[in-house]
Design a protein around this ligand. Structure first.
Ligand code: URP
Ligand code: ZN
Ligand code: ZN
Length: 460
């Protein structure tokens, strides 16, 4: 099976030029001007942008959380992702406290095997670090290709570890060649504020926001960065939202410490005023919460300055009925919002088309950096000879409107209902197969494969 993409504007993290791409089997075999090669399929990409398939390194598919499950599974989630130009995701395995990492891995393998459309990998969330789990880290890295270990500094009683566990985990992960990633918010402080607001009868979604002020994230980010500096482990902060937290990372760089930072599309585009819509605000109840316009400006600047390397989604959708679990009490609203399908097109439209970031930066933060940081480059995240042919052919002029009526995610509302976007993913090639063409799905469920990742470095 071979494909020739003719005359597209090829955009990578470093370059921008017009050429043809020849794909043989699952990988890119040649790139050049006017390639004279016969192919089974020829695609005319004149006036289109051709960029590497998006990588979303922060999604929660079929995840047990707050008494329910996120509503996209591996089928609906990876297919919706692909419609929106994301060809690979990294999901989170959650260790059950008191149980092993391997049991958790087997649970997630059952969720995913034979179901995914796009490729996927896992981060391992270590929620209970002890002598038994310590002994499993090396095998996760060397045998399973799971090289990033997620920690939670919040959600006490279910997911949170304390600082002693954090430092001990960091030492072991460093020794094994992995990375520690973190949900960095101060769980004890947040739990105190939640209890206080509930006791005062302040129960609407607005109080979710007011229970997680910026300081809770800035403090935890600073603490995490210091522990990572002490242990010298490769470190990554997920879903960073605000100026205070980013300043903690900037301080680290003064001592020449590199900490990778991910933000999510919603923190760049939405703000906390949405919590003033009474219970409708539940649509945007997520942790950390949406912040202020000044934080959005900080994050866009951070992207351009290279301090923020990744734009993910933290896709964790819940049906509106599931959100009703918190109708009379914000602390029971399942935390999370849907975006896996919208990330790439939103980032292009609001970022590139509006002049906030360059096309190269767009490719870097939506794909290439995640591949580099998480040990998959150059197999993933670039358009180069030998790389997997995961490619988006994109019409930068087509206008369309986001709606729950037309999206493919398994969720009955959109956090971006009615948003008008410029630029649309037209054809998606997934490991050498035309997976989606003009909205039509051409691959089968189960085409997606687990990607084993390599050891992780502190620099990319
Ligand atoms: O609200 C969120 N973010 N839900 C998913 C779990 C997490 O903290 O990432
Ligand atoms: Zn989180
Ligand atoms: Zn998350």
């Amino acid at each position: 099976m071979s494909i020739l993409i003719k005359n597209g504007r090829i955009a990578t993290a470093e370059s921008d030029y017009i050429a043809d791409i020849y794909i043989e089997g699952e990988t890119i075999a040649a790139i050049g001007k006017n390639l004279k090669i016969n192919a089974d399929t020829v695609i005319d990409a004149t006036d289109k942008i051709v960029f590497p398939g998006g990588i979303d390194p922060h999604v929660h598919l079929d995840m047990p959380f707050m008494g329910t499950f996120s509503s996209d599974d591996y089928s609906s989630g990876t297919l919706a992702a692909m419609h929106g130009g994301t060809t690979m995701v990294i999901d989170f395995i959650l260790q059950t406290q008191g149980d092993s990492l391997y049991n958790a891995l087997r649970t997630w393998q059952k969720k995913s095997e034979g179901k995914a459309y796009g490729d996927y990998s896992y981060h391992m969330a270590v929620t209970d670090f002890n002598e038994n789990t310590k002994a499993e880290i090396q095998q996760m890295v060397d045998k399973e290709g799971i090289t990033s270990f997620k920690t939670f500094m919040a959600y006490k009683g279910a997911l949170m570890i304390d600082d002693g566990q954090m430092v001990a985990l960091m030492h072991e992960v460093k020794r094994c060649g992995g990375m520690v990633t973190v949900h960095a918010t101060n769980g004890d402080m947040i739990d105190h504020l939640i209890a206080k607001h509930r006791a005062e009868g302040k129960l609407s979604p607005l109080y979710h926001y007011l229970s997680q002020p910026e300081v809770t994230e800035a403090e935890a980010s600073g603490r995490f960065v210091d522990m990572a500096s002490y242990t010298d482990v490769p470190a990554y902060i997920v879903h960073l939202t605000c100026e205070g937290a980013l300043n903690a990372v900037r301080n680290a760089s003064k001592r020449n410490q590199k900490v990778f930072v991910e933000t999510c599309i919603q923190y760049l585009l939405l703000d906390a005023s949405l919590y003033e819509k009474d219970f409708e605000g539940a649509k945007w109840v997520m942790s950390p919460p949406l912040r202020q316009p000044k934080d959005q400006e900080t994050l866009w600047a951070g992207i351009n300055q290279g301090v923020v390397q990744v734009v993910a989604t933290d896709h964790c959708p819940f049906m509106w009925e599931q959100k009703q679990m918190g109708k009379g009490d914000f602390s029971k609203i399942p935390n999370g919002h849907p975006a896996i399908e919208n990330r790439v097109e939103l980032l292009y439209s609001e970022g590139v088309a509006k002049g906030r970031i360059s096309l190269n930066k767009f490719v870097e933060v939506s794909s290439t950096n995640a591949a580099k940081i998480f040990g998959m480059y150059p197999k993933k995240g670039c358009i180069a000879i030998g790389s997997d042919a995961d490619i988006v052919i994109f019409d930068p002029t087509e206008k369309h409107t986001i709606s729950a009526e037309t999206h493919h995610m398994n969720v009955d509302y959109s956090g971006y209902e009615g948003w008008e976007l410029t630029g649309k993913c037209k054809t998606i090639i997934m490991r050498g197969q035309v997976a989606i063409d003009n909205g039509k799905v051409l691959i089968d469920k189960g085409y997606g494969q687990f990607v084993k990742r390599g050891k992780i470095s502190k620099v990319i």
